[in-house]
Unconditional design. Structure first.
Length: 339
């Protein structure tokens, strides 16, 4: 019998609902919240209010596009954490209410695991692009930078992670000091295409093992701007593309150096990337380059699965459903959690 899962994602500033039937995505609807742009970052209270407004229309649209009715659903999978508490509460409460009304099962999903699991979403029935186990996954988003050893759908070990800021945060905060709009990552990516990546030398961390650090880079970028603006107040405007290219290439080098080390030490050459920063063109080019140079087999997610989306929640829920790992209705969401 077919298993049909409705996924709900509301951990940050995207309200999303998706339907998956037996690994195949039938719909994936995402309502992004433009309200935060004016503030240069996500405002938690505004995010939860927007989720409340969006959740019902987004779920209705996801069911409609999938051509299923609520009665066709086997279970509802929802992001339980980590994320913003007010935002998580909206998706969690909706999922609990919906499953209670329909008398179907509830599955809780870890948002970080879901980013990795995005690689198992089939976009059509014969889609066979999934990585084999074990593989390494570089998870790079606004809140996380981790190297994960993935042994099965539910066995994942973090072997390296940031000790301070995430890679996405480095993109966004450096973009902000240049006066670029939020989120800065995609804007830096676009401007970097016109710039010289060797124009400015920025500091790289010396951290043992597979861990990352991006706070030193942020400070070095800030000091560079401060010193140069003293000489020329129009420095940023005149050098925007070179600054973006130098920043982007430094972030990518930092990410790839540790990943290369992890591949060497584990001997695992199947390497995937996930999370918002995996949309970055230089990250993608570096993966292709390492594949050619070092014989890696690389897995780059389609752009629609890089940022927060409910299809990744639904596929994670699907495998938990097969394992009979259900969620008690009394369980609360969590803002912070390890993988
Ligand atoms: O995974 P995500 O949507 O949200 C979470 O943090 O969970 O990731 C958002 C992050 C932001 O920092 C954004 O600037 C970054 O992903 N991002 C990019 C690009 N597209 C999104 N960073 C660099 N280049 C991009 N093309």
């Amino acid at each position: 019998m077919s298993i049909t899962i409705l996924g709900i994602e509301s951990s940050c500033d995207d309200t999303s609902a998706a339907v998956i039937r037996d690994e195949v995505m039938l719909s994936n609807v995402i309502a992004s919240q433009a309200v935060h742009e004016a503030y240069g970052g996500v405002v938690p209270e505004l995010a939860s209010r927007a989720h409340q407004q969006n959740i019902i229309p987004v779920v209705s649209e996801a069911l409609k596009r999938a051509g299923v009715t609520p009665e066709d659903l086997s279970a509802v999978a929802f992001t339980r954490g980590p994320g913003l508490m007010g935002s998580l509460l909206v998706g969690t409460s909706f999922a609990k209410g919906f499953t209670t009304a329909l008398n179907i099962l509830l599955v809780d999903v870890n948002h970080l695991q879901a980013h990795v699991m995005a690689h198992f979403i089939k976009r059509f029935p014969d889609d066979n692009t999934q990585p084999p186990f074990p593989f390494l996954c570089l998870l790079v988003s606004g809140g996380n930078s981790q190297i994960i050893k993935v042994e099965s759908y539910n066995e994942m070990t973090v072997i390296g992670q940031t000790i301070d800021d995430a890679a996405g945060e480095a993109f966004d905060k450096c973009a902000k000091v240049m006066g670029l709009p939020y989120p800065g990552g995609p804007v830096v990516d676009r401007l970097a295409k016109e710039g010289n990546p060797k124009a400015f030398a920025l500091s790289k961390p010396h951290i043992p093992g597979f861990d990352y650090s991006f706070s030193g880079l942020k400070t070095s970028f800030l000091y560079l701007l401060r010193d140069k603006i003293k000489e020329d107040p129009d420095f940023i405007e005149k050098n925007k593309c070179d600054l973006c290219a130098s920043l982007q290439t430094t972030i990518v080098d930092i990410l790839m150096d540790k990943l290369y080390k992890a591949v060497k030490q584990t001997g695992i050459k199947h390497v995937a990337v996930a999370g918002g920063v995996s949309a970055n063109s230089a990250v993608r080019a570096a993966f292709e380059d390492y594949a050619r140079k070092y014989g890696w087999t690389v897995y780059l997610p389609p752009f629609s699965f890089t940022t927060d989306n409910a299809a990744m929640v639904a596929i994670t829920g699907y495998y938990k459903y097969l394992d009979k790992e259900f969620c008690d209705i009394a369980k609360a969401p969590f803002a912070r959690v390890e993988l």
